[in-house]
Ligand binder design. Structure first.
Ligand code: DTR
Ligand code: ZN
Ligand code: ZN
Length: 402
């Protein structure tokens, strides 16, 4: 049965429908031209995100039950993230935070390529409170940002902006790690950061779908993702000024992010539109010992990581193909484009009269077309998703040359 879209396919549809975003440039920066076509994000593996969470839980268990900033559970988490990123080809830096709990370090990872004067940042706090292992708060955001970074490395697309990922120390002590990071930037370096997206508590079991600064242009690509999958979103009122995005916003940098909610209560109206339990906390284990791997809901987690990837691709990835030496991907076309305006080719005789793909025709699962001398089967609903383009791998299966 194939009746359910992959999240990437839905994001692909949003992107090919022209849902492209980049926030307003800060007054200090000169905005440069945007690429004509947005690249489409690949699907981020929720299973891999959960594997990272299992690791974080193990680090807490073998270090007194938590991942408190600077503790053994924290440094083991930091080493794990660092090693994964280094192996994937990131430039990874530990930043000793001198205003944090003794020995606490931030972790910063930068991807190659893109315009170094336009930096797009994503981050999550890696520390927990002392009461528990902090798997939703904030293993979830940390693991989600890690897996998105690894997906970017694996895809190795052409970049328009420089992408920098961060895992913060001492958020639970008052946003100290991110505050320190921002304080150490020169004004030139600070002005290069065109946007910061924060991810704190993205797998809450009684989830809400909250976007920080939802009506700003930086939030547009996140909101477009949820709109495309039919999930209503609200402003993140509960988390306002309570996570690391505040450190950036206070420095004049545009911020947004995703959260599924903490100890605040889900209203009846929210339960109606999102499901879950009214008059109960979004996360009943917030800052408690029960914030374990059992305190995660896969649905909000999966949506958040794919929303994150969608925003990353929309804002910082080019629409004109992979970088010169791509790692293996599901890409089948050497000169791909996410543009829906490409003209279909006439099917060669060998394709047995199979109808040529049309950029304007809607397709449903099971449809078969020919394109560029190949047969393709549709695996989801699409219009304008070019068979063989890297962003279309979750929409079309290549059935071989014809
Ligand atoms: N930064 C959170 C605090 C927090 C409280 N409510 C929310 C809602 C959404 C995101 C974050 C928060 C913490 O780490 O405890
Ligand atoms: Zn917390
Ligand atoms: Zn948190």
């Amino acid at each position: 049965m194939r009746h359910r879209p992959t999240l990437a396919a839905v994001a692909a549809m949003a992107a090919v429908a022209g849902v492209v975003a980049w926030g307003a440039a800060p007054a200090v920066a000169t905005r440069t031209a945007e690429p004509a076509a947005a690249a489409v994000a690949p699907e981020v593996s929720v299973a891999n995100v959960k594997n990272h969470l299992t690791q974080f839980y193990g680090f807490a268990q073998s270090n007194g039950g938590n991942r408190f900033s600077g503790s053994g559970g924290y440094t083991a988490s930091l080493s794990y993230v660092e090693q994964k990123l280094a192996a994937a080809g990131y430039t990874v830096t530990r930043q000793a935070c001198t205003s944090c709990t003794a020995g606490s370090q931030n972790l910063i990872a930068e991807w190659k390529g893109g315009d170094a004067n336009q930096v797009f940042m994503l981050g999550a706090h890696l520390d927990s409170v002392r009461a528990g292992s902090g798997i939703n708060d904030n293993g979830s955001g940390s693991a989600g940002v890690l897996e998105t970074a690894l997906t970017l490395a694996q895809q190795n697309p052409t970049m328009t902006k420089r992408v920098r990922f961060a895992w913060w120390a001492d958020e639970e002590q008052g946003l100290r790690g991110s505050t320190y990071y921002v304080s150490q930037l020169s004004s030139t370096e600070r002005s290069k950061i065109k946007g910061y997206l924060n991810f704190d508590m993205i797998g809450s079991r009684n989830a809400g779908y909250f976007i920080n600064n939802i009506s700003t242009s930086l939030a547009a690509s996140l909101k477009a993702y949820y709109d495309a999958i039919g999930v209503p979103t609200e402003e993140n009122v509960e988390g306002a000024n309570r996570s690391d995005d505040a450190s950036f916003r206070n420095a004049g940098i545009p911020t947004s992010g995703i959260a599924a909610g903490a100890s605040a209560i889900k209203t009846a109206a929210q339960a109606q539109k999102w499901g879950g339990t009214a008059n109960a906390s979004y996360d009943s284990c917030y800052h408690s010992s029960c914030d374990t791997t059992g305190n995660i809901s896969d649905v909000p987690l999966g949506r958040a990581v794919n929303g994150m990837a969608s925003a990353l691709w929309a804002n910082a990835v080019g629409g004109t193909g992979p970088s010169p030496s791509p790692s293996p991907t599901k890409t089948t076309s050497p000169t791909p484009t996410a543009s829906p305006t490409v003209s279909p080719t006439t099917p060669p005789a060998g394709c047995g009269g199979l109808q040529a793909w049309s950029a304007t025709k809607p397709y449903v699962p099971g449809d078969k077309v020919s394109y560029n001398g190949h047969r393709y089967s549709s695996t989801w609903y699409s219009t304008g998703a070019e068979p063989g383009a890297p962003g279309s791998w979750s929409v079309w299966t290549d059935d071989g040359a014809c």
